[in-house]
Design a protein around this ligand. Sequence first.
Ligand code: NAD
Length: 303
Amino acid sequence: MKYVVVGGAGFIGSNLVDKLIENKNEVTIIDNFTTGKKSNLNPKASVLELDVSNISNYDKIVHSMRGADTVFMLAAKARVQPSIENPLEYEINNTIGTLNILKCASDAKVRRFVYSASSSAYGDSKKLPLKENFDANPMSPYGAQKFYGEVMCKVFAKVYQIQTVSLRYFNVYGERQNIDGAYALVMGIFIYQRLNNQPMTINGDGEQRRDFTYVGDVVSANILASSSENVGNGEVINIGNGDNRSVNQIAEMIGGPKINLDPILEPNETLADNSLAKKLLNWEPTQKIEDWVKKYKKEIGLD
Ligand SMILES: NC(=O)c1ccc[n+]([C@@H]2O[C@H](COP(=O)([O-])OP(=O)(O)OC[C@H]3O[C@@H](n4cnc5c(N)ncnc54)[C@H](O)[C@@H]3O)[C@@H](O)[C@H]2O)c1
């Protein structure tokens, strides 16, 4: 089977590409390498280097998608705080990029479109666990842009001949997670700091909690979403572990000195209700974060 992974040089996308190739599929990666890395590329994949938010790339993108069963859309500028600093740059990249890829996939007669959505659509809900039927209430440009992608996926399933499904990931961690600079998430930042003998910087009191989800589980959710007969009408599905840890607990798992900085504007707690993923995709998380961190620390010499 042929698949296109847009954003396939990134953290989650490159793990998905590897699994699709391991399963003997043909894969085309589209990426502009803003945060993606050449070192993440699977040598068996074809690569098209271009910016998907530039609509003049339409012909090249449609051509690369012809004959594909599914397009997996992972390309985005994928961080909350930088989106607050550069809302317009993020807007063009994330909303036009998603719309352009939806249009190209539909015009190339691709059967299904699997969209990487985000738990940031929920904002700071006091009601937990978070269920897909809660109102979206994003608290950053990034969260609003990711939510818009879901809305467009629903529109395309209704109006055009393409099946769509949106997967709302909760804080993803695992192999190839970003550990550099502004693009890293909390675990990546702490690991970078420890590797560089710096204290781990905690925003606020560190009691904010996140539902950390393993990248291998996110990959399997994508593959199930591509093949399941229960989806295709723009469904929105939480992909989260269904438990959570505080930032202080993550720091303790990594171990070492820490300092507290001023709090930032962020949700106090995220926690996924993942029963819809079980029902529609037969998906269940498999990884305990403590086990993974222990193994990873050994691998990178932090033990
Ligand atoms: N990592 C998480 O915890 C998380 C949580 C929720 C949702 N998501 C979503 O999952 C997807 C993948 O995230 P990630 O953590 O792997 O991020 P990442 O930054 O590692 O990967 C994104 C990839 O998209 C590429 N890209 C960005 N803009 C592009 C453009 N205009 N044209 C072509 N390529 C472009 C980047 O170069 C990179 O390879 C994103 O859509 C993100 O919003 C991630």
